[in-house]
Design a protein around this ligand. Structure first.
Ligand code: IMO
Ligand code: MG
Length: 438
């Protein structure tokens, strides 16, 4: 009975939705702790495919699900997802939303779009969902929390004040039309009634679940290299996908986190702009994109594809304290004659094994590869021992290079196409802090 953070160890889209859904069978509670509807988590159940952006992937196992304080919540999207799940016959009765989460309003989305267009070639390639502007307002202390949103008088006052300022900015910077207070207020009051029954002190709920000895899974969105502090700044998102983000974004202490599972795709992808040393610009990259259907869940953009880069995974292990790896998409690479792993970088004649902190430095890095034989397409094995020898060799190389054990291997989109190697919800380590109660 323990707690587990699932993080993306690359640039997002590692398969966190599939991994979370698979592990949710054993979890009692699943918590989103950062990001918003920039995430696109795909879950396949039987012949149905569900794409969630905001609600935790644990919802498909009818587990207690929490949208934590660290999330930025677009009420319109929440209502859409609630309606969508209801249509699919999936219960959301155990979903709770933190009163301390901040809400995304239409001016955040408009500003995200206009900021991106203005940057031209220096654009960040955001998902244009208002994520950055909403977090900026949170930091500037002019954001609106869910609890404030649900108080009619407080929301009215804050919205009026913010709209005045945002409308002025839209006109002055972009010559763009502003928003009408009455229209936004009444529209968002309607959504508020759907949000109201879900609101709770979620930090308390989560800590109580841990006290009861339940399995709590923290579902990261985005990935390590999109982290505001630890990613490839400025080509990052505005939240903290690393494991430490779970403490802040859910309201749990670091001593209560037992394990951290880094989700790694068998190759690397990136949507949006910014440096990517092991990127494959030609036919090989196209092959991976088509084989893996690597197009964005949220925006439909083609993803940039390249070889697996263990320099990145080791970096993710460092900044998130990974204890295990989950490898996804091993099936996608089947059929290649040889596969490559980027194990280090070459820069100005030097070999670099630690992921560089400065963007300029990363831009100057050339990949250093090891080549391994590819493996043929294979039938679903009962255990990893039944995988083709070349595929096993690839997995061993990853474990050795990353100095971490594989806990889970995903061989396809469905729940059943998964090999579980380690019980990541096993007994918590002896040093675990049990003393949240006084
Ligand atoms: P999941 O959870 C991949 C990227 C965007 C852009 C940058 C900033 O599905 O792994 P933002 O809209 O967050 O301000 O955009 O971050 N990005 C993602 N890339 N997967 C995601 O989520 C992403 N969420 C944001 O493409 O480069
Ligand atoms: Mg995505």
């Amino acid at each position: 009975m323990s707690t587990l953070v699932v993080v993306g160890a690359q640039w997002g889209d590692e398969g966190k939705g599939k991994v979370t859904d698979y592990l949710s069978a054993r979890a009692d509670m699943v918590v989103r702790y950062q990001g918003g509807n920039n995430a696109g988590h795909t879950v396949v159940v039987g012949d149905r495919e569900y794409r969630m952006r905001l609600i935790p992937s644990g919802i498909f196992h009818d587990k207690a699900c929490v949208i934590g304080n660290g999330v930025v919540l677009d009420p319109a999207v929440l209502v859409q997802e609630l309606d969508y799940l209801a249509e699919q016959g999936i219960s959301t009765q155990h979903l709770r939303v933190s009163g301390a989460a901040h809400i995304i309003l239409p001016y955040h989305i408009r500003l995200d779009e206009l900021d991106e267009d203005r940057r031209g070639t220096l654009r960040l390639g955001t998902t244009r969902r208002g994520i950055g502007p909403a977090y900026a307002d949170k930091s500037a202390r002019i954001g609106i929390r869910v609890s404030e949103y649900l108080n009619r008088a407080v929301f009215a006052e804050k919205l009026r004040r913010n709209l005045e300022e945002k409308n002025r900015a839209l006109a002055a910077l972009y010559g763009a039309p502003g928003f009408d207070y009455d229209v936004v207020f009444s529209q968002y009051q309607a959504y508020a009634e759907r949000v109201r029954p879900l609101v709770a002190d979620t930090s308390l709920l989560i800590n109580q679940a841990i006290d009861r000895g339940e399995n709590v899974l923290f579902e990261g969105a985005q990935g390590t290299l999109l982290d505001l502090d630890h990613g490839t700044y400025p080509y990052v998102t505005s939240s903290h996908p690393v494991a430490g983000g779970a403490c802040i974004g859910a309201g749990v202490g670091p001593t209560r986190i037992d394990r951290v599972l880094g989700t790694v795709k068998a190759y690397t992808t990136r949507v949006g702009d910014g440096p990517f040393p092991s990127e494959l610009a030609g036919a090989e990259g196209d092959w991976i994109r088509e084989r893996g259907r690597e197009y964005g869940t949220v925006t439909g953009r083609p993803r940039r594809c390249g070889w697996l880069d263990t320099t990145i995974v080791r970096y993710a292990a460092r900044v998130s304290g990974l204890t295990h790896l989950a490898l996804t998409r091993l099936d996608t690479l089947a059929g290649l004659e040889r596969v490559r792993i980027c194990v280090a970088y070459r820069r100005d004649g030097d070999i670099i094994t630690d992921f560089p902190q400065e963007l300029e430095s990363l831009e100057a890095c050339e990949p250093v590869y090891v080549d391994l034989p590819g493996w043929p397409p294979f039938k679903e094995p009962d255990s990893s021992a039944d995988l083709p020898g070349e595929a096993r060799r690839y997995l061993e190389e990853i474990e050795e290079r990353c100095r971490l054990p594989l806990a889970l291997i995903s061989l396809g989109r469905e729940r059943g196409q998964t090999l579980a190697i380690t019980d990541v919800f096993g007994d918590p380590p002896a040093c675990r802090n049990q003393a949240a109660r006084i």
